[in-house]
Design a protein around this ligand. Structure first.
Ligand code: GLA
Length: 392
């Protein structure tokens, strides 16, 4: 039995035990790994993520009243609320349900029909690792409500609803990347997303020869929320200052590398570094996609490495654990490139590794990382998965 089939069996059994009968519907939404294009999405820029083969599953059935009864298999916890006037859970052990609650709240805000449901949730996206377990929860919950109510929601809208839930209900001021890739990911592809107009191009990933390897620092991302908001503000400040000479710009996305170099020395140092990261990262992202299309994996890897250096030195969102993991990966022959992925301050790295070097990676990276940090890493070899869908 595949792991997915096993999880479906488990979730269905739990559903039957709790609510009787079998669930009417089963939906899933994946986590993601961003290959390149970090901290660009709230600057109207470009990102290049893939959905991963780890997801959140929700099995459920519509109820005839306004109650939602949800159970999380990961925490063996239930949470019940009504659809009218949804509030965040105050009890720590029900915190996971805030994602399920958030989507009920967003649906109400946007005038979408909601109906009560009984459901069981189970996820295998590692939590707090920068692989977007929260986006997966939000998108899966949105799909569950839509399915229960019998309405169709177009995937870009689903992503926007999930982003609104995260921003306004959960309270983290995120960009659109995570929800977008969770809703629209394509098997064996990464998506080049233009976060300004929400258009995208699905770019095939090589199906042999090279693997996407994720390594978790197992350092939980403490600082991330406050630092994230500070970075956003610094980027806005950069735009405000640069407007004096470039009046037409709306976001850092509109500033070319050449224009930036022309005016860089007029920016205060910290603002200059932040802007330099975002502007060069957009350029790297576009170039990396061209390299990939041309089959130039080596160039793609170099750009991943450059992305990490820029995030570390200019954007200053890396940490010693991420740096140690990247260094341990790059020391292995057959690793094309390695960088932090996601918001930073902990979480995971992503490396592009020749298939023949994957075993060496698994053998050599953990002890090196342990020696440098005292921590254990967890390694996942992943493939690009399909975005959110109804399984039944
Ligand atoms: C988090 C946010 C995304 C994006 C990344 C950084 O994952 O949710 O919107 O900003 O950080 O690239």
């Amino acid at each position: 039995m595949t792991q997915e089939a096993q999880r479906i069996q488990e979730i269905t059994e739990k559903y039957t035990e709790l609510f009787g009968g079998i669930p009417e519907f089963l939906v899933r939404a994946p986590g993601r790994v961003n290959l390149i294009g970090e901290h660009t999405d709230y600057n109207d820029g470009f990102v290049f993520p893939a959905a991963i083969d780890r997801d959140v599953l929700i099995a459920g059935t519509r109820r005839n009243d306004r109650q939602v009864r949800a159970y999380a298999l990961n925490f063996n916890q239930s949470s019940t609320f009504t659809l009218d006037g949804v509030q965040p859970a105050t009890e720590g052990r029900e915190r996971w349900s805030n994602y399920v609650r958030a989507m009920a709240w967003v649906f109400a805000q946007e005038g979408l029909e909601t109906v009560g449901m009984n459901c069981v949730v189970q996820g295998d996206v590692p939590l707090g690792s920068g692989l977007s377990s929260s986006a997966a929860m939000l998108v899966a919950s949105g799909l569950a409500y839509a399915t229960a109510a019998g309405i169709e929601i177009e995937p870009v809208r689903l992503a926007l609803l999930a982003q609104r839930g995260e921003r306004e209900f959960v309270g983290v001021n995120v960009g659109i990347m995570d929800q977008f890739i969770s809703a629209l990911g394509q098997k064996n592809h990464a998506l080049l997303i233009d976060t300004r107009n929400l258009t995208y191009e699905a770019v095939p990933l090589p199906q042999s020869g090279v693997s996407i390897v994720i390594a978790d620092t197992n350092k939980r991302r403490g600082l991330v929320d406050s630092e994230y908001n500070t970075r956003r503000a610094e980027c806005e400040k950069a735009v405000e200052i640069l407007k004096q000479w470039l009046p037409d710009i709306k976001a850092l996305r509109d500033v070319s590398v050449e224009d930036f170099e022309r005016y860089a020395d007029r920016l205060p140092e910290t603002i200059r570094k932040r802007a330099r990261h975002v502007i060069t990262e957009d350029a790297r992202t576009l170039e990396s996609v061209e390299a990939l299309k041309a089959g130039d994996i080596a160039r793609f890897g170099e750009l991943m490495n450059a992305s990490h250096e820029s995030l570390k030195n200019d954007y200053q969102v890396s940490c010693k654990e991420l740096d140690a993991l990247v260094e341990a990966a790059r020391a292995i022959e057959g690793v094309y490139g390695s960088r932090m992925t996601g918001a930073g301050f902990g979480g995971c790295t992503v490396s592009l590794v020749a298939d023949a070097a994957v075993e060496a990676f698994k053998r050599a990276v953990p002890p090196r990382y342990k020696q440098a940090t005292g921590l254990n890493t967890t390694i996942y070899v992943t493939t690009a998965a399909q975005g959110a869908q109804r399984i039944r």
